[in-house]
Design a protein around this ligand. Structure first.
Ligand SMILES: *[C@@H]1O[C@H](CO)[C@@H](O)[C@H](O)[C@H]1NC(C)=O
Length: 294
């Protein structure tokens, strides 16, 4: 896939350079709308199972070159703000479910960019539907379509067409998770099962210097005292926040284990609204309103 993408981007950059009016800047003749669409489309293609697996298990280094700038920063509401290449990329794809991580064995199986506009070289806006279905061949529902996940996003690109800043929103994330998990997230039995799953996995992936609790029992006792949280507000010292960060403990345990642990590692901590949620100047380094404006 890497190779194909490289050939594709080479073809695109050649198309940009082949211009009868030599001497003018190459980008003037470059179809930036197509270039930006191609970047966004390739990014969403990496949420389609199993394309995200190497990123979740091996980290951001498995993202093909040219999609994200090395200084990328952004927000995926309601999950969090992410600064730097590794954090940004790992969290962007951590939300693409692994079938073994949910009750219905669901994953994203296709996508469609339903809205797209790019009024200038550096900025685009898009809406994508990420279609999910049951992917476990052993399940009686194998192949059955589930609900799509919607993401609305504004993007800023660098001179090469890689994403350098993004502001994305997933409406009704909690409703969608309920659907692929097959249980209302307010069910006490389900909440206890989730805590047990978080603790069992955390004790496995966070070992040695990354260990967070003395035992699974200690973890369960600790987490049972905390708020459960919800996917419509996953920023906080709660269980839902820890389920998202848990996915990434396999990629970089030293970095991600503290987020799951007792302190929340600066990620699963309570932050007063609207601190972080609207901190555009700090996140993007621009005056508010300038980042995604043509
Ligand atoms: C999506 O990824 C798959 C698997 O790597 C690849 O075969 C396919 O060509 C890609 N499609 C697009 C539209 O990028």
């Amino acid at each position: 896939m890497n190779f194909l993408l490289r050939v594709l981007s080479l073809t695109l950059s050649l198309a940009c350079l082949v211009s009868p009016t030599w001497g003018r800047p190459a980008f003037k003749k470059c179809d930036y709308r197509a270039r930006n669409f191609n970047t966004i489309s390739s990014i969403y293609n990496l949420t389609v199972y199993p394309n995200q697996v190497p990123i979740i298990f091996g980290g951001a280094g498995n993202v093909p070159d040219g999609l994200f700038s090395h200084s990328v920063a952004g927000r995926v509401y309601p999950v969090g703000n992410f600064k730097g290449f590794e954090d940004s990329i790992e969290y962007f794809f951590a939300l693409a479910p692994l079938p073994q991580g949910n009750i219905k064995s669901a994953a994203i199986t296709s996508y469609k960019i339903t809205s797209f506009t790019s009024g200038c070289r550096n900025v685009a806006a898009s809406v994508v539907y990420l279609y999910s279905s049951v992917v476990d061949p052993a399940s009686p529902d194998f192949g059955k379509p589930l609900a799509p996940l919607k993401q609305v996003a504004f993007w800023r690109f660098d001179g090469q067409g890689a994403v350098v800043k993004y502001d994305a929103w997933i409406p009704s994330l909690d409703r969608w998770i309920e659907l692929i998990d097959g249980t209302p997230s307010t069910d006490p039995t389900y909440e206890m099962q989730t805590i047990q799953r978080v603790c069992a996995t955390a004790q496995l992936t966070c070992s040695g210097p990354n260990q967070q609790w003395g035992s699974v029992e200690e973890c369960v006792a600790d987490l049972s005292q905390r708020k459960y949280g919800s996917y419509s507000n996953a920023w906080g010292d709660n269980i839902v926040c820890r389920t998202i960060h848990l996915v990434l403990t396999q990629a970089r345990p030293d970095h991600h284990c503290p987020h799951v642990g007792p302190t929340g590692g600066g990620k699963c901590v309570d932050v007063p609204y609207p601190e972080d949620f609207l901190s555009d100047e700090d996140l993007y380094g621009d005056l508010v309103g300038e980042t995604f404006t043509c």
